[in-house]
Design a protein around this ligand. Structure first.
Ligand SMILES: [Zn+2]
Length: 596
């Protein structure tokens, strides 16, 4: 973690950033009065409901409810953390950046990571030079060439070669001022039986693994000689490298993924290189037979559509189900492009079959459909007993889908057809399987509330009249802060429909002059709501009458609630409540006519 930027720096960055320019990289904006409108880059839509306020540097989507400031936009769209987004914008607009003086421990750890990163970077450069210039690496160059990989793509990815000697990296590292503990911390050297250290990677083709910002995290290494075990050797898990989170090529694929609206996931290093060489620059590698939930998580800020171009059968049923479920939770459309028998993408792409590969990507099937099909293929459906067992298995897959979605319904009908079963029987079995998975995991069945896989995330449910009123009142409070403060003080939690509205009320009380400055970024709901209210405030005409009327209506809702509660308990609500209700109705009528 780097030290935080000072609040002044963050403000300067916001000041300098051109939000219209930033957003325009993702969607076309048209000026509409003081704002710019366009199709929302966060959800699929045909009519523009995405609004950008260039003065306040805010954005908000009236369709899906996202919103925030220019920094938030960069965080979301580029998949960056807050400090990285600030830094990226600062770089782009040439803002002078200052960091808070940090506590010594954080500073030490930041410096250490920077140093380890530098060590990895230097070593990667050494491997690259060695690949292209040494005689020893001739065989490696030959091998890479035989896989159809050209120098350009190999250099772009910094592919290299580790010499077969035992101490090249060790001595070079030490000469450059790095200690053995540092070399060991990033897994470049390891301890021998007699206590000395030696190079971990020898006589291997080296693939540097980087984070989304291009910083080296570790290496993947392929043995050159066929008898060397293991064939692939990775950096050990450590301070910088975590295999389950690594996406090979993400630093180069990030931009193309955003542009193409999809990520293509392949298995191996050479698959990634072959794909990029063939112009499919949205490709990243998972370095395994399946995408892990962590990798899906890493990809999720970059795209909402992921195509797995790999042999999905090898992933294993349970692993696939977990990933399908996670994708669903994150509203990611997960698809599978099955590779023809025994081929991997590198085979197709470096032969003259790149078009075949592209066609496979375009024909990708939704992962759940694919799972169901392959499952059914495994059973001998002529036997009733096998059909019954197949139904059990398939029910688990269907269980993670939204049963009411078009896709869920279609799949259910297909299954019923192939198993010669009544669709209601299939539906019952799905229901039972869901119930048992609830019992096991203790969680609510994920499918019910989840967005459909064949559509974009559903827009939030329309606001109730009460929610519209409270939001209108809050944005009027922003519009006229003097009266606003008074009304905010009169609002109690009972007036408000949900905790986040309560948090917004509390926040506004302390920040009425500039509600969006310094919003607590970890509270997504609050950021989105306050942004929305602030943007709304400039379009609501503010009259004290309207504020009073809104407040009284909220008051009325509270009173109705109390009367209901009293009646539920049995017996009549106290006379006092009835009297106040009548009085309120009169006052509301008064304000309504006053406002008209
Ligand atoms: Zn939207």
């Amino acid at each position: 973690m780097s030290a935080r930027f000072t609040p002044e720096t963050v403000e300067r960055v916001k000041e300098a950033a051109d939000i219209v320019e930033i957003v325009s990289a993702y969607t076309e904006l048209r000026r509409a009065g003081e704002r710019h409108m366009g199709l929302c880059p966060f959800h699929e839509e045909r009519t523009p409901s995405f609004s950008v306020d260039p003065r306040e540097k805010l954005y908000h989507c009236f369709g899906c409810g996202v919103g925030g400031d220019v920094i938030k936009f960069v965080e979301e769209k580029e998949g960056l953390g807050f400090p990285e987004a600030v830094e990226a914008l600062g770089d782009r607009y040439g803002v002078e950046m200052e960091r808070e003086s940090e506590d010594p421990r954080a500073e030490d750890s930041r410096k250490r990571r920077a140093r380890l990163g530098e060590l990895l970077e230097r070593t990667a450069q050494f491997y690259t030079t060695y690949l292209w210039e040494s005689k020893e690496a001739g065989k490696a160059r030959e091998y890479l060439g035989s896989r159809g990989l050209g120098e350009e793509v190999l250099r772009a990815f910094g592919v290299g070669y580790a010499p077969s000697a035992w101490d090249q990296v060790l001595t070079r590292g030490q000469r450059a001022g790095f200690g053995v503990p540092e070399l060991a911390a990033v897994g470049l050297v390891q301890k021998g039986k007699k206590g000395g250290h030696y190079d971990r990677f020898r006589a291997r083709i080296m693939f540097p693994v980087r984070d989304p910002r291009g910083r080296a995290q570790g290496f993947g290494a392929r043995a050159l000689r066929p008898d060397t075990k293991p064939k692939y050797l990775n950096s050990p898990e450590g301070e910088l490298y975590r295999k389950s989170r690594t996406l090979y090529g993400i630093d180069r694929a990030r931009g193309p993924i955003a542009k193409a609206g999809r990520a293509v996931v392949v298995e191996g290093y050479t698959d990634v290189l072959a794909a990029h060489q063939a112009g499919i620059e949205q490709a990243v590698g998972v370095m395994g037979t399946a995408i892990t939930p962590e990798q899906l998580q890493q990809l999720s800020p970059h795209t909402d559509r992921i195509v797995l171009a790999m042999d999905a059968d090898r992933a294993g049923q349970d692993a696939m189900l977990r990933v399908i479920e996670l994708a669903r939770q994150k509203s990611i459309r997960l698809q599978i492009a099955p590779m023809p028998d025994g081929k991997d993408p590198a085979d197709l792409l470096t032969g003259d079959r790149a078009d075949q590969f592209r066609a496979l990507l375009d024909d990708a099937v939704d992962a759940s459909t694919f799972q169901v099909r392959t499952l059914l293929d495994r059973f001998d459906l002529a036997s009733p007993l096998a059909r019954d067992r197949a139904l059990d298995e398939v029910a688990r897959v269907l269980g993670v889908l939204d049963a009411d979605s078009v896709e869920g319904q279609e799949l259910l009908r297909d299954v019923a057809n192939r198993l010669q079963a009544d669709p209601t029987v299939v539906a019952q079995r799905v229901h039972r399987s869901k119930a048992s998975s609830v019992a096991v995991s203790g969680q609510a069945p994920a499918a019910t509330s989840m967005p459909r896989q064949d559509e974009q995330p559903a827009p939030p449910p329309p606001l109730s009249a009460r929610e519209r009123r409270e939001r209108a009142l809050l944005s009027m409070c922003i519009g006229s802060p003097v009266e606003g403060r008074e009304f905010l003080q009169r609002l109690t939690p009972e007036h408000l429909s949900s905790p986040v509205v309560g948090r917004a009320r509390d926040w506004l009380l302390g920040h009425l002059e500039d509600p969006v400055a310094g919003l607590p970024r970890e509270d997504d709901e609050l950021v989105s709501l306050v942004t929305n209210l602030t943007m709304q405030s400039e379009r609501e005409p503010v009259a004290r009458d309207a504020m009073e009327l809104n407040f009284l209506q909220l008051e009325q809702a509270v009173l109705e609630g109390r009367i209901d509660a009293a009646q539920q308990k049995g017996g009549d609500p106290p006379v006092e409540l009835h009297r106040r209700r009548a009085e309120l109705a009169e006052r509301i009528a008064h304000w309504e006519t006053a406002g008209a």
